[in-house]
Structures are given as structure tokens and as C-alpha cells.
Design a protein around this ligand. Sequence first.
Ligand code: HEC
Ligand code: HEC
Ligand code: HEC
Ligand code: HEC
Length: 466
Amino acid sequence: MDKMMRKAQETGKQAAQKLKALPEQTKQAVKDLPDKSKALAQKTVKAATQMQRRTRLKLIVAVVAFVLVILIAGGIIGGRHLWYAKKNRAGLEPFGSEDITRSSAVPYIKTTLNDNGLNGEVVSYLEQDPYLVNIYEGYGFAKDYGSARGHNYTLEDVHKTLRPHALANCLTCKSADFTRLVNEEGVGVYTRDFEEVYQSLNLGISCYTCHGEEDPTREGNNLTVTHSYITKGLGENMSAIDPAILACGQCHIEYYFTPENKETMIPYSSVETMTPEAILAYYNEIGFSDWVQPSTGAQMLKAQHPEMETVMQGKHAGMLSCADCHMPIEQSYDGAIYHSHTLVSPLKNETLLASCAKCHEDTDMVNMVEGIQRRVTARETQVGNALSAFKDALASAVEKGETDEDTLSSARTLYREAQWFFDYCYVENSEGAHNSDLAFHCLDVAEQKINEGMAILSNEMTDDNI
Ligand code: HEC
Ligand code: HEC
Ligand code: HEC
Ligand code: HEC
């Protein structure tokens, strides 16, 4: 017990001494504080700086690595764009066709051809411009009519369209296999059953379409017209057209199916006869119509997509080909130089836009082209609605049965022709960019015919009233 007490006393004394020493120690500690905290602050700053340096270094390394990855991956997947854009920004002349490398470019050409699938959007023209449903009454286009998508979708789109397609001739512009079939078995293929032929096709638009059996890497002009109606229709006059226009013109044209054997054919035989006037005269001469409209009884025409015709009559004719404005010349990361086979709008491609400057100098091309398109589209809406009103007036006259046959017949002809000129502008895919004069001309002619038609119908009504 005593032992314990003594131990406790001892501990108590020690504690008391410690307690006495505490203020001294605290004082000393407080005295030391500035130095220590200074050191601590210095240490902290040093550590922070080191950390910052390390972080900054890490950040720099990360950014560099990221850019490298993008460059390398870009080089493989789409680096052509990066390299090429860089060249343009540096203000260097883009590559010329003399720089084209052929065989080494083929893998890139295949990739770029496949990239036509990137444009998969469709705008419904029928929703955008409801007057079309009225104008196209009685024809497939009143049921389904949308904007064009990339080449990869040709087979899918022709199959799923709500427009009726009984015969295989609808496959004319959709598949290299079909073109080959026509070339091997003759024009009888056009009248075979759509579905049966469709099921036998594998390829959409492919190398064969524009290069035929030729080795596309051959020097010189390596393009081949494989669509026989072009060779048949134009004959010798084909030589007046740049092959890089004809390649696209195999499909981007006005065509019709011959009444005798439903063969796909073009309605002209030379560059001079590629005008809406000459084509209409030809259709009138052979008594051709695409459909007879139920409510008006008019023998109607449906224009297709006369891009080659408008370009050949336009301001760039003899200067630029379709490829010059839609197929930028690019360079791959390993140096191959070639035409990209992804068909793009020149407004959405830096390389193509830069190439316009050769002649258009510092014009803002996007603004200039979109300005034309806005004016053309506004005028289309105006004339389209007028055409729709004319159609209603004609249909109503037909229904009432009080108008004499001669007047009805003249009004029907005017309606057929007004619709032809309107359509020739509306269905051309560039909205005036290829040839604004021709676009406005077509709409003016359409309007004039609408006014004439309305006048004879209303004269007739006034005559009746008197
Ligand atoms: C829609 C038509 C079209 C298709 C399809 C097409 N090409 Fe081309 N090709 C062209 C045009 C146009 C040119 C440019 C010719 C010119 O301006 O001289 C071209 C040029 C070329 C060249 C020459 C090098 C160059 O870039 O100018 C090669 C090689 C080539 N194509 C290979 C191919 C291969 C391989 C395929 C299939 C994977 C293919 N092409 C599919 C139209 C086409
Ligand atoms: C074998 C027929 C055929 C040939 C040849 C052809 N095209 Fe096309 N093109 C089409 C069809 C069909 C469409 C619409 C595809 C769809 O909507 O399913 C189209 C769509 C387009 C489009 C719109 C798609 C988009 O991405 O904006 C452009 C641009 C185009 N073609 C340019 C060209 C150019 C330039 C050439 C020549 C190098 C060419 N085409 C050759 C049939 C052809
Ligand atoms: C001077 C350059 C130029 C030439 C030559 C040219 N085009 Fe165009 N093309 C354009 C412009 C500009 C547009 C409008 C692009 C836009 O609206 O973004 C266009 C639009 C088109 C479109 C509609 C594209 C879409 O996405 O809706 C098609 C199809 C087309 N061109 C095909 C052709 C064909 C086929 C040829 C040759 C017969 C040709 N072009 C020649 C400049 C040109
Ligand atoms: C080789 C020279 C040349 C090049 C390159 C060129 N153009 Fe043109 N372009 C012309 C000429 C000449 C005119 C007519 C000018 C005029 O009548 O005032 C013109 C007119 C136009 C017009 C008005 C057409 C019309 O019918 O109203 C458009 C749009 C156009 N160019 C677009 C382009 C685009 C886009 C490019 C580049 C992809 C381009 N051009 C490249 C020479 C060229």
C-alpha cells in the first residue's frame, strides 16, 4: 500500500515539475514559431511549386500525347483533311492534278468512297413544300419525295421508297451490278421484275460505275461511261463533255423510260439540246408523258435531276468539272495524293473553298452561294404555290364540265408545260448554285404559262357569265 502511495506521490511530483516547465517550453515554442512557420511556409510553397511543375508537366505531356493520338489516328482515318487543311492555311497552292499518285492512293480512295455513307439525312420535300402534293397528284412523287443522301444509300432508298416500282428500270442509277447486267444481257433487263432483280444485286455505286473494267490506276483518263443510254443518246457528241462531268452525268441527268420497251434513255443528243425548251419539244414530238393526272386530265411530265444539263449550260462550263467542285484533292499521311471520292458540298470543304479563290479571289463563297439559293428558293415557293392554284382552277373547270374542250385542252397544255419548267428548276439539286440564270429563267417561264392559263380559264368563266 505504502509502495503504491509513494509511487503516486512520485508521479504527482514529476507531473507538477512538468507542469511548471510547460510555460517555459510554450514561450520557447512561441518564440520559435515565426522561424518554424516560415520554414513550413517555405516548405509548403516549395512543395506546391514542385507539385505545380509536375502537374504542369503532366498536363503538357497529356496534351502533347492527345494531339499526337489525334494526329496519328487522324492520319490513318481522316488525316488527309488535317494535312491538307494545314497546307491551305499556310497559303500554299493546293495540289494540282499533275501531283496525283495513282496506285498508292487506291486504299484511300476506297475509304473515301465508303465515307459517302456519312451523309444519311433526308429532308422530306413534301413536308417542306406542301404544294408539291397537289402538283404531283396521281404520281408516286406525291406519296414520297425526299432530298438526296450519300451514294451508299442508293439501293436501300430505292427499295424502301413509297413510290411504286414494278420494273427493274428503277435500278438504273442505283447499282453497279445492275449496270453490268444491262451491259451483259441487254436492255431486256429493264423490264424484268423489280424485286427479283433487286434481290440479286450486291453492289451500290462502285468503282465499276465510273471506271468500268479499266484499271483505275492507269495513267491518263481512266474514266469509262458504263451506262449505255449515254453512249447511245449522245454518240459522237460525248467527246464535247469532260469525262469528269460525264462520269456523274451517267445519273445526275434528266432521263425517261421509252414507251415501247421501258428502256432508260436520255431525251437529247448533244450539249446544245440539253435545254428545258429542247427537251420539252422532244417530249412533245414523241407524245411522251410520265403520267396522266386524274383531276385535270393533263399529260404530265416529271423532271428528274438535270445537274449535268444545268452545269453544261452554266457559267463554269468548259472550265470546271463536277469533280473539281465536289471531289477535293487530298493527301494521305504517307504522301499519296488523290481525288477524295466522298462527294461533298464545296461550301463544307476547306480545300474546295480555297480552290474557288483562284477565280473568285476574296469573295465570301458561302455567302454568295447561299444568297443565290435563298433567292431561288423564295421564287420557287412563289411559283409553286401559283402552279398549285392553277391546277385547282383547272381541276375545278374539268369537274364543273362547263368549259369548252378547246379551252380545257389549251389550259392542260399550259399546265403540263408550266409544271415542266417549274420542276426542271425545283428538282435540280443545287438550288440555283450551278446555274442561277437558268433557275430564274425556268421559274419565269413557268409563271408566264400559269398566268396565261389562269387568264384563259377566267376569260372562259367571264364569257359564260356574260
Ligand atoms: C461516281 C464515280 C466514281 C466512282 C464510283 C469511283 N471513281 Fe475513281 N474517279 C472518279 C473521278 C471523277 C475521278 C477524277 C478523274 C479526273 O478528274 O481526271 C476519279 C479518279 C480516280 C483515280 C485516279 C487518281 C485520282 O484520284 O484522280 C483512281 C486511282 C480512282 N479514281 C480509283 C477508284 C476506285 C478504286 C474506285 C472504287 C473503290 C473508284 N475510283 C470509284 C469517279 C469515280
Ligand atoms: C450510278 C449513278 C450515279 C452516279 C454515276 C453518280 N451519282 Fe451522285 N447520286 C446518285 C443517286 C441515286 C443519289 C441519291 C442517293 C440517295 O438519296 O439514296 C446521288 C446523290 C448525290 C449527291 C447528294 C448526296 C450528298 O451527300 O449530298 C451528290 C453531291 C452527288 N450524288 C454527286 C455526284 C458526283 C459529283 C458524281 C460524279 C463524280 C456522282 N454523284 C455520280 C447516283 C449517282
Ligand atoms: C463551280 C462548282 C460546281 C460544279 C462545277 C458543280 N457543282 Fe454541284 N454544287 C455546287 C454548289 C456550290 C452546290 C450547292 C452546295 C450546297 O448547297 O451546300 C452544289 C450542289 C450539288 C448537288 C446537291 C448536293 C446536296 O447535298 O444537296 C449535287 C447532287 C451536285 N451539286 C452535283 C453536281 C454534278 C453532277 C456536277 C457536274 C455535272 C456538279 N455538281 C458540278 C458547285 C458545283
Ligand atoms: C476557273 C475559274 C473559276 C473557278 C475556279 C470557280 N469559278 Fe465560280 N465562276 C467563275 C466565273 C467566270 C463565273 C461567272 C461570273 C459572272 O458571271 O459574274 C462564276 C460564277 C459562279 C457562281 C454564280 C453562278 C450563277 O449561275 O449564278 C457561283 C455560285 C460560283 N461561281 C461558285 C463557285 C464555287 C463554289 C467555286 C469553287 C468550288 C468556283 N465557283 C470556282 C469562274 C470560276
